[in-house]
Design a protein around this ligand. Structure first.
Ligand code: KG4
Ligand code: ZN
Length: 355
């Protein structure tokens, strides 16, 4: 079974080709192409949905051609086309869904709709050292912050999630206040390298309820505290972050986010009696988070799995891969009516059909 996967939920157009068999063997990633819109959105300080959709339209077909060329296959070799149905930007999702369904209709093959977060959740399986079920997953992206107990390909129990901003959003919004360009997460992390993480005492919300089993997150207060510090320190978001105070505030902000993510993850592992943690989503690319987690988990005999760096942020490989694993497990819902729809807001559940 040869599956083409298309990701277009936000500001990356990703296309990949995966081969999978029913025999239970790990799927094979044959080719993977990506176009990031970061440079285009940087001028506006964030993602402009209309521009994102228009750019996906321009990129997706050439990327499909490149992907097939890379794998030395052609359209008629395909057995199914997977695409991200949600969550994400409606217009952006419609591009991937529209192209996937039109192409599949022309070829007479089924489509497989994939939940974007299933793609992130299963992305560590693309690495050379994949995790084994069950595990706790810390899913930290630009739009989501969730702790999940994962017992199978589509068996997820939500243990806690953010009640306001996501971790990636906290990075992005704080970075903007400090005068850093979009996307703020990696920029703030870079600036933090030369700062003192203890310089400013920033809030670590909802840690008090930890012992009582509260695994929810809240990052809106942190953003407000960063704003207050910026005002006190005379930091102007319109000016480039060149002072030591900028670097210290960046390091302190990162320290607060990382601290909360780690302590909640450890509590989730403890509550569930598990010794395996998977970290996925764009924020999983954060070096400080990885280093601190590696240290605390080694001490507690906990195995931590991360997707490879380029798989942390949005990409087509994780969508084709998730479709392949779900198909292999008999959990995918291949469709041939091509009457597609997208779900900009889509709660994560164990089901793959979104119902
Ligand atoms: O998973 P992703 O590519 O898109 C969503 O599904 O949201 O995640 C993007 C998020 C952004 O908030 C970005 O700033 C953050 O991941 N991010 C990082 C790093 N790389 C990406 N945050 C902190 N440190 C990084 N190195
Ligand atoms: Zn994502």
């Amino acid at each position: 079974m040869l599956i083409l996967g298309i990701e277009s939920s936000c500001d990356e157009t990703g296309v990949a080709l995966v081969q999978v068999e029913r025999d239970g063997a790990a799927p094979t990633l044959l080719a993977d192409t990506l176009h990031s819109q970061i440079d285009m959105h940087r001028a506006y300080g964030g993602v402009v949905p209309e521009l994102a959709s228009r750019d996906h339209i321009q990129r997706v077909v050439p990327l499909i051609q490149q992907t097939l060329e890379q794998a030395q296959r052609n359209l008629h070799d395909l057995d199914a086309i997977a695409y991200t149905r949600g969550p994400g930007l409606a217009g952006a999702l419609l591009v991937g869904a529209g192209v996937a369904n039109s192409l599949a209709a022309g070829l007479g093959i089924p489509t497989i709709a994939v939940h974007h977060l299933h793609g992130h959740l299963l992305s560590p399986f693309l690495s050379k050292d994949p995790p084994q079920f069950p595990y706790i997953c810390l899913l930290v992206s630009g739009g989501h912050t969730q702790l999940m107990r994962v017992t199978g390909v589509s068996e997820y129990t939500l243990l806690g999630e953010t009640i306001d901003d996501a971790a990636g959003e906290a990075f992005d919004k704080s970075a903007k206040l400090m005068g850093l360009p979009y996307p703020g997460g990696p920029e703030l992390a870079k600036l933090a390298e030369r700062g003192n993480p203890q310089a400013y005492d920033l809030p670590r919300p909802l840690l008090k309820g930890l012992k009582k089993g509260n695994l929810d997150f809240s990052f809106a207060g942190l953003k407000t505290a960063v704003l207050t510090h910026c005002q006190k320190l005379g930091i102007n978001p319109q000016e480039p972050p060149v002072t030591q105070q900028h670097a210290d505030l960046a390091a302190s902000t990162q320290a607060a986010i990382v601290d909360v993510l780690i302590r909640k993850s450890l509590q989730a592992l403890k509550d569930n009696g598990l010794k395996r943690l998977v970290v996925a989503g764009g924020v999983a690319a954060n070096t400080e988070l990885r280093q601190q987690l590696d240290t605390v988990c080694a001490r507690r005999d906990i195995r931590v799995h991360y997707p490879e760096l380029k798989i942390c942020t949005d990409n087509g490989a994780m969508i084709a891969w998730a479709a392949a694993l779900q198909w292999q497990a008999g959990l995918a819902t291949p469709q041939t009516d091509y009457a597609f729809d997208v779900y900009p807001r889509w709660e994560i559940t164990g089901r793959t059909d979104g119902l």
